[in-house]
Design a protein around this ligand. Structure first.
Ligand code: SF4
Length: 142
C-alpha cells in the first residue's frame, strides 16, 4: 500500500498526517483548533501553538494518522504491550507496537503503535477504519 503523507514543519517540529488513516474522530480539531482547522489551507499550522501543546494533541490522535517529531525525535506512545479493543458498534482499536501484514503478499502494510481497523466491512480505506461504521449504522448484536 502506497502511503501518502502530508508534512508540516516549523522550527524543529515536524507534524505528518496520513489521510488514509484518519477516522475523522476530530480529536485534533476540537482540542487545538488554532493548529488543526479542517476548513483552512494548510489545515495544520505547526506555528500556531507550542511544540509541547501540539505533540500532546498528536499523541491523542486515535488512529495514528498524526505523528510528530521534535528535533528528529519521534513522540509517540511508548507502551510495550499490545492491546486490541473492540469498540462497541465500531472498529478495532489497536495500541502498542504492531506490524500489520498483507496476508496475500506477506508485505508489511504498516508498523505502528496506534491504528484503528475496519470491522463493519464498509471502509473505503480498508484495512483501516474511515468512520464508515457511523454512516452505515453498524451495530453489534445485542
Ligand atoms: S483521527 Fe487523528 S487526524 Fe483524524 S481527525 Fe482524529 S485526531 Fe485528527
Amino acid at each position: 500500500m502506497a502511503r501518502h503523507l502530508q508534512v508540516y514543519t516549523h522550527d524543529g517540529l515536524r507534524v505528518t498526517f496520513e489521510p488514509a488513516r484518519c477516522i475523522h474522530a476530530a480529536t485534533c480539531v476540537r482540542h487545538l483548533p488554532a493548529v488543526f482547522d479542517a476548513q483552512a489551507r494548510p489545515w495544520i499550522r505547526p506555528d500556531a501553538a507550542t511544540p509541547e501543546e501540539i505533540i500532546a494533541i498528536v499523541q491523542r490522535c486515535p488512529s495514528g494518522a498524526l505523528k510528530a517529531e521534535l528535533d528528529g525525535t519521534p513522540h509517540d506512545l511508548t507502551r510495550a504491550d499490545v492491546e486490541v479493543a473492540v469498540e462497541r458498534h465500531g472498529p478495532l482499536v489497536v495500541r502498542g507496537p504492531v506490524t500489520l501484514v498483507d496476508e496475500a503478499t506477506g508485505a508489511t502494510v504498516v508498523e505502528d503503535r496506534r491504528m484503528v481497523l475496519c470491522r463493519c466491512g464498509q471502509s473505503a480505506k480498508k484495512p483501516f477504519c474511515d468512520g464508515a461504521h457511523r454512516r452505515v449504522h453498524f451495530r453489534d448484536p445485542a
